[in-house]
Design a protein around this ligand. Structure first.
Ligand SMILES: Cc1ncc(COP(=O)(O)O)c(C=O)c1O
Length: 384
């Protein structure tokens, strides 16, 4: 028995169409886009361009020129935050952020460049909107906010946060690592100035590909300069997007896989994926809530959530529970702090963390039933 419930770390398995698209790229074409003029390079360049267009449509981003590929969300967030912030700026974040937001910001703060306000979240991991609205200062340059939590599955009210940012004329950066491919995201409607995403989670692409989309309010400086395939006569890096933020050969294998992941989601329908996964997650939560000695750290039932469930018990540490699930039952989870110490502080699960179950679109009700039985048995054995 092999049950993969670690889809928030990376989704697995990948759709067959993703694997096939990557294989076809590597065997049939696969030239370097924007570098040479031959057929294989042109075919790759077309594929990259089409993927930018698809992403711009998918997120309703203002233009495909402002869709930039990176290796993951972490790099996209570093590019956005370090490329936008200047000495003296103030930044607001929530107490649910992943380290990929808080660490680059703390790095800038430790260099004496910026100040940060961390807005509290309630015990369901949702930002306190009143405290948020009261955190603005005359030098507030941007708000960076996780869209959906990789710990509790809580979804932040980004529509309201976006409205407030617009009113305050402050840039709004959204970390959509866990939500892209699961929730509808509309940059224009939701007043998002910069959206960062990763390809290997709910977009069902391979690892090593992610990116950012941004509008004309966000003028992002580059961190890295080098080959771009454009303006080769110049000794300085081009200053137009996307080239300005894409130095070096792109991860074309990753892009072709991401494109196939997007096509897969579009063929299945993002609403259907969300509906099925939400039903399965709610079913899982309802069953977990009935197990004595288990604490379930998720927003209350009935709320829209991500397919992510964190649990803890006083009977054992999260690593022990994850280890038994893996070695005795073949159930793969993640334990600990999930790169999100702030989120655990909000939920009251710091420093031990939780055991996290994260579902993907290939999980089944049978797998969830088996997992519930396994947890019940582990808890009752430990409780003797
Ligand atoms: C909310 C959130 N933001 C950012 C990241 C970083 O993503 P990546 O590892 O692809 O850079 C993750 C990864 O787990 C995440 O859950």
């Amino acid at each position: 028995m092999q049950i993969y419930l670690d889809n928030s770390a990376t989704s697995w398995p990948k759709p067959k169409s993703v694997v096939e698209a990557i294989s076809t790229f590597m065997t049939d074409y696969g030239g370097s886009p924007g570098r040479s003029g031959h057929k294989k390079a042109i075919q790759s360049a077309r594929m990259v361009y089409e993927t930018r267009e698809m992403l711009a449509n998918f997120f309703n981003a203002p233009s495909s020129d402002r869709v930039v590929f990176t290796q993951n969300s972490t790099l996209a967030l570093n590019i956005a935050l370090k490329g936008l912030l200047k000495k003296g700026d103030h930044v607001i974040v929530s107490n649910a952020e992943h380290n990929s937001v808080i660490r680059p910001l703390r790095h800038l703060e430790n260099q004496g460049l910026i100040n940060i306000t961390v807005v509290p979240c309630n015990n369901e991991g949702i930002i306190d909107l009143e405290a948020f609205a009261n955190s603005f200062k005359p030098n507030t340059k941007l708000v960076a906010c996780i869209h959906g939590s990789n710990v509790s599955g809580a979804i932040q009210p980004i529509d309201k946060i976006g409205e407030i940012c617009k009113k305050m004329n402050v840039l709004f950066v959204v970390d959509a690592a866990q939500t892209a491919g699961f929730l509808d995201i509309d940059m224009k409607l939701q007043n998002i100035d910069v959206l960062t995403f990763t390809g290997h989670k709910k977009l069902y692409g391979p690892t090593g590909i992610g990116g950012l989309c941004f509008n004309e309010k966000a003028e992002i400086e580059n961190l890295i300069q080098g080959g771009s395939g454009s303006k080769s006569e110049a000794e300085t890096h081009p200053d137009f997007y996307p080239d300005k933020l894409e130095a070096g050969t792109l991860n074309t294998v990753g892009i072709v896989g991401l494109k196939a992941g997007l096509e897969y989601i579009q063929a299945k329908g993002i609403d259907n994926i969300r509906k099925n996964l939400t039903e399965l997650t709610d079913y899982f939560i309802e069953n977990l809530l009935e197990i004595p000695k288990i604490k379930v750290h998720v927003p209350s039932l009935g709320k829209l959530r991500l397919p992510v469930i964190s649990i803890s018990t006083d009977l054992m540490y999260p690593d022990e529970l994850s280890r038994i699930l893996d070695t005795e039952y073949g159930i793969m989870t993640r334990h600990g702090l999930h790169c999100s110490p702030l989120a655990h502080k909000s939920l009251g699960t710091f420093p031990n963390g939780t055991t996290r179950f994260s579902l993907g679109c290939f999980n089944t009700k049978d797998e969830i039933e088996y997992t519930v039985k396994a947890i019940k048995k582990i808890i009752s054995d430990k409780n003797i």
